[in-house]
Design a protein around this ligand. Structure first.
Ligand SMILES: [Fe+2]
Length: 286
């Protein structure tokens, strides 16, 4: 291979990324992801605008929990397989991220916190916490877009650092959007530990800065990885869009079911119950 050991030297026309491109990584990623910001997706506003009767449906909340928790689970599991972080100093930094997700006080985890937050608003969760395991198994319970994300996360996370950057850069945006949307109906939701601890301690802002800083460090030593890092960051962002799109369809379906629900008119013999029923209907429509 001559004087160099780099495989890219064998590719005709290959141009090594410049040092300035690597120093500009945070801006490159931000520019690339601008069209994929989660909070721009209609799911969040649709949840905020739901009639109370729909927003508090335990089945709907259970479906939202399943999809959101599955996507989060896939990235939390995949982060254990991040490449290029093998020196003792980088392993220490990687461990810090693991601890923020899975090493919380008293044996708690972000996964458990999220389930408690949904149960606190009445969600009928479709899977128990420990049933979130292997992607292939989990996908049996998921539709196409979420299953695609769940399968893609381990594949992409283990081959480059770009998808990790995407998820960490975006996570505070979607967490705030979800907390704001659901808190319209359940004001305490944003104060649940899953959200409150992250927001108070700027956990996700720290993760975003750390993911970008560590990735830049790796790229300074191996600039030939820049292209695949950016490519995989973009693929992850597109897959994440699919998760919000599916969540939006779940909410739309719940709206349609509610709109088509037959109105029950009390029979004359039910007159005693009629006024109570009407009062209940007024509340449901409020
Ligand atoms: Fe994070």
């Amino acid at each position: 291979m001559g004087e160099s050991n780099k495989p890219t030297d064998m590719i005709p026309g290959y141009v090594m990324p410049t040092a300035s491109a690597i120093e500009d990584l945070p801006n490159l990623i931000a520019a690339m992801l601008v069209d994929h910001r989660p909070s721009r997706m209609p799911f969040f506003n649709r949840v905020a605008g739901l009639p109370r009767a729909v927003a508090s449906d335990p089945e709907l909340l259970g479906q939202i929990h399943l999809v959101y928790q599955s996507a989060m689970h896939a990235t939390r599991a995949a982060v254990y397989h991040l490449p290029h972080l093998d020196t003792p100093a980088l392993r220490k930094r990687k461990l810090r991220i693991f601890i923020d997700d899975d090493g919380l006080c008293g044996g708690d985890t972000h996964h458990y916190q999220l389930t408690r937050a949904f149960r606190s608003i009445g969600a009928k969760c479709l899977l128990d916490d420990e049933e979130f395991g292997e992607p292939a198994e989990l996908c049996h319970y998921l539709e196409a877009e979420t299953a695609h994300f769940v399968r893609l996360a381990p594949k992409l996370y283990s081959r480059s650092l770009g998808p990790w950057c995407t998820v960490e850069v975006f996570s505070v945006d979607w967490m705030r959007a979800l907390a704001d949307a659901v808190s319209v109906h359940f004001p305490h939701f944003r104060n649940e530990q899953y959200f409150a601890d992250c927001f108070a301690q700027n956990v996700e802002e720290r993760h975003a800065a750390e993911a970008l800083a560590v990735t830049q460090m790796v790229l300074r030593a191996r600039p030939e990885l820049l292209h695949e890092t950016l490519r995989d960051a973009k693929i992850m962002a597109e897959a994440l869009d699919g998760v919000w799109s599916h969540l939006d369809r779940i909410v739309q379906s719940a709206e349609i079911v509610q709109a088509n629900r037959p109105v029950h008119y009390p029979q004359p013999t039910e007159s005693g119950a009629a006024s109570a029923w009407m009062g209940r209907a007024d509340k449901l429509n409020a």
